[in-house]
Design a protein around this ligand. Structure first.
Ligand code: HEC
Length: 245
């Protein structure tokens, strides 16, 4: 048993050590059962993200069906790059233009929540800060030198970084990021902005694996079926054994 436990423990510890590298991530508290949050997230996503990013695995009519949004509402409030409800979320921008403007083509976001993790995206969208040395005017704590501008700045406002001096391993003084503070307030309060980002990330996690929602529903039916079966089987067992005593 010890021979088995040690490598497992080593793995757990190694994983923990790895997770501690880089800035701490905030918990996105993903909840795919919160349909209202998913609906809001879908709207924010198409309004603020699809101008640059595609989500080419995600069809508008699937969003309508899974999240219980009427197709008409999806067509008027959410479809800016197509008029076909069966179409996937394509980006309006030409890849060549995007490359000219940002130096890179903004990646497709269909499965980004699985690649980066929900907490990473949740923290990323809250961690832009002023940096005049960057072409976009901002930098990001979890994605240093990201080519993405702070597209939600009107909502969050603008943050500035506060650095402190620390000695590195060689005893040299270096600037270390201490915290971010508000330089210009946005339209939303801190709590409202967190909620907005939570909704967006919630939607992105759903988008990374839409079948999860279906599985939840199937799961509930399976449990109900098993419970009914249990009652029947128990009655049968009582009947079979009643003469044995
Ligand atoms: C103005 C264009 C633009 C908009 C709008 C935009 N992004 Fe981006 N985004 C980019 C670019 C460019 C990159 C590539 C950054 C890089 O590689 O340096 C990027 C990268 C990302 C990444 C990191 C992908 C990776 O490499 O792992 C995520 C996550 C992301 N964007 C999410 C979003 C979300 C969510 C929204 C909507 C709230 C959004 N983006 C809106 C331009 C944009």
């Amino acid at each position: 048993m010890r021979r088995l436990i040690t490598p497992i423990l080593a793995l757990v510890v190694a994983h923990g050590a790895w997770a501690n590298e880089g800035p701490a991530l905030q918990d996105a508290n993903v909840d795919l059962r919160d349909t209202a949050s998913l609906q809001r997230g879908a709207k924010f996503f198409v309004n603020y993200c699809v101008s640059c990013h595609s989500a080419s695995f995600m069809r508008y009519n699937r969003v309508a069906k899974d999240l219980g949004i009427p197709e008409k509402a999806v067509a008027t409030d959410m479809m800016f790059t197509t008029d076909k409800i069966g179409e996937t979320m394509q980006v309006a921008m030409k890849p060549a233009d995007a490359e000219n403007w940002f130096g890179v083509v903004p990646p497709d976001l269909s499965v980004i929540a699985r690649a980066r993790g929900a907490d990473w995206i949740y923290t990323f969208l809250q961690s832009f800060y002023l940096d005049p040395s960057r072409p976009t005017g901002v930098n990001n704590v979890v994605f240093p030198s990201a080519a993405m501008p702070h597209v939600l700045w009107e909502l969050q406002g603008v943050q500035r970084a506060v650095f402190k001096k620390e000695k590195n391993a060689e005893g040299k003084e270096v600037d270390v990021l201490e915290r971010l503070e508000t330089a210009v307030p946005g339209r939303l309060t801190d709590a409202e902005y967190k909620q907005t980002v939570h909704d967006i990330v919630n939607f992105m996690v759903y988008m990374g694996e839409p079948a999860k929602l279906v599985r939840y529903k199937v799961g509930a039916w399976v449990i109900a079926y098993l419970l009914v079966l249990l009652v029947a089987v128990y009655a049968m067992k009582k009947d079979y054994w009643k003469d044995v005593h």
